[in-house]
Design a binder for this molecule. Structure first.
Ligand SMILES: Nc1ncnc2c1ncn2[C@@H]1O[C@H](COP(=O)(O)OP(=O)(O)OP(=O)(O)O)[C@@H](O)[C@H]1O
Ligand SMILES: [Mg+2]
Length: 251
């Protein structure tokens, strides 16, 4: 039976993925700060809300207002979705802060910070179809590789059994062992990064999809821009860059 798909909210990315993210699975979105992870997830949430799917965003390191502010700044207004309950946002940040505060008062350390992420996932209502966890960095920061693998496996397992299509955002680089563990557990992986042009030093945003089960991948890096109306994937840039490079080196 062919895997069902859920639109990413970006038509060119849907094309790269055989019509969208594989439905009911967890996809890892990785990249350094500012790479565009949250914006990529914003497109997905906005499209899913528009399609009438119930969505949950779990924020761990930014507050709700700052997420909504950036979303609005690139043309995505979630007010109606929040008002009618299509989009639920949990603020793990506040829970975490309180727990750190309580923990330090009790002198028991911050070891139970991570429980929130698993607990939050367990408590996701059954009618939620779309989940974004922004992001896994705290889970990674406070744990050994083995513990991180256990926790992430559990979270992914709970979400898969709830048939949620999930984006896991993570700041870890490709070379990091925890990134490799998370990538191994996830159904798919999309990497965002900025390539610096050697001579001019100008950055070029690219995305690379090394893994997506049940999907015919091109394995070609794809260039994109972040504009005042969000992510624009413009393959033409790639050809232009290659031509420019070739002309440059010929002179
Ligand atoms: N309105 C806009 N116009 C153009 N570029 C924008 C706009 N808003 C944001 N950006 C770009 O997007 C980047 C932030 O993207 P995003 O928040 O998705 O990154 P991230 O990968 O989630 O980073 P972090 O790991 O810090 O959360 C900014 O650094 C900026 O370059
Ligand atoms: Mg972000």
């Amino acid at each position: 039976m062919p895997v069902k798909r859920v639109s990413t909210g970006i038509s060119e990315l849907d094309d790269l993925l055989d019509r969208g993210y594989p439905k009911g699975h967890g996809i890892l979105i990785s990249g350094p700060p500012g790479a565009g992870k949250t914006i990529l997830a914003t497109h997905f949430l906005h499209q899913s809300c528009k399609d009438g799917k119930k969505c949950m965003l779990m924020l761990t390191h930014v507050n709700v207002e700052s997420f909504l502010e950036q979303a609005e700044n690139i043309g995505f207004d979630f007010k109606r979705c929040l008002d009618n309950g299509t989009l639920l946002i949990t603020k793990s940040f506040e829970v975490r802060t309180n727990k750190i505060h309580n923990a330090s008062r009790l002198g028991s350390g911050i070891g139970f910070v991570e429980k929130d992420c698993v607990e939050n996932v367990q408590e996701i209502p059954d009618d939620v179809e779309i989940v974004v966890i922004d992001n896994l960095d705290m889970l990674s920061l406070y744990h050994s590789v083995e513990e991180f693998a256990d926790k992430f496996f559990t979270i992914n397992d709970i979400l898969s059994s709830k048939r949620c299509t999930t984006l896991f955002l993570i700041g870890q680089e490709e070379s990091d062992i925890k990134h490799r563990v998370a990538e191994h557990i996830s159904f798919g992986s999309i990497m965002l990064y900025t390539n610096r042009n050697g001579r001019k030093g100008k950055g070029l945003r690219q995305l690379y999809i090394p893994k997506m089960r049940c999907t015919d991948l091109s394995l070609e890096p794809t260039s994109f821009r972040i504009t005042p109306s969000g992510i624009k994937i413009e393959k033409i840039f790639q050809r232009d860059d290659i031509l420019r490079e070739a002309l440059g080196s010929a002179v």
